[in-house]
Design a protein around this ligand. Structure first.
Ligand code: CU
Length: 235
């Protein structure tokens, strides 16, 4: 009875609200976000362009957000958690693998539908393993059109630590040699801001190229570059 009531309520909201839709395919790609190529996880937002970091979701308060996620990682399951969204009455949309949903298996899809309930600048991220350290995250913005500050200029900045190994390999190194924490290897090699940085500042002119896993060029990012790297302890 309770379940029926909850579903009914959600159906009423669905029928009245504006819907914002996304259709994502998650891929491996080779990318040099700081000038050094290695395998990352990228999202194709239904336009053939690989995004690193993920595409930004924008919705207004109480819109319905629909994201169809196709998992094209051939040997990893995944799920997406919508950080900051309360998922009231629909916990199965929270995207926490093995807790609120079965992970999305390789070459399978999942259709997330939820209410943009909480105003603010949030983020979404993979909620399995270490995938978000390989780039599987992005920004989720819920605007309030009645906010007195709505319409003022805004600047979006994402920051993440970055290493030159696939994250699970980095994790393996840290857990196999826990004393490495004290010798700097847990310290990131680059500070990626909005998906870009330069590990070697002398390579500031080198283009940022996104390649698919077979090496074909997918995307070239604009070269509004910064150089915020450092090289701790020769890790
Ligand atoms: Cu989170």
């Amino acid at each position: 009875m309770i379940t029926t009531f909850i579903l009914f309520n959600f159906a009423v909201i669905l029928s009245e609200a504006t819907t914002v839709q996304y259709n994502w395919t998650i891929h491996y790609a080779k990318y040099n976000p700081d000038g050094v190529y290695h395998v990352v996880i990228a999202i194709d937002d239904d336009d053939g362009i690989f995004n690193f970091l993920g595409p930004t979701i924008r919705a207004c308060k109480n819109n319905i957000i629909q994201v169809i996620v196709h998992n094209n990682l051939p040997n990893e399951s995944t799920s997406i958690h919508w950080h900051g969204i309360h998922q009231l009455n629909i916990p199965w949309m929270d995207g926490v693998s093995h807790i609120t949903q079965y992970p999305i298996m390789p070459m399978q899809s999942f259709h997330y539908t939820f209410v943009a309930s909480s105003v603010g600048t949030h983020w979404f991220h993979s909620h399995i393993g270490t995938q978000y350290a390989d780039g599987l995250f992005g920004v989720l913005i819920v605007e309030d059109l009645e906010d007195p500050y709505e319409g003022l200029p805004e600047f979006l900045l994402t920051m993440t630590e970055w290493w030159h190994r696939y994250a699970i390999d980095q994790f393996d190194i840290l857990t196999t040699h826990p004393t490495n924490h004290h010798h700097g290897c847990a310290v990131f090699l680059s500070g990626i801001m909005n998906g870009k940085d330069r590990y070697d500042c002398s390579l500031i002119e080198q283009p940022l190229l996104m390649l698919n896993i077979t090496g074909e060029e997918q995307n070239q990012l604009d070269d509004n570059l910064i150089c915020a790297s450092h090289r701790p302890y020769g890790c």
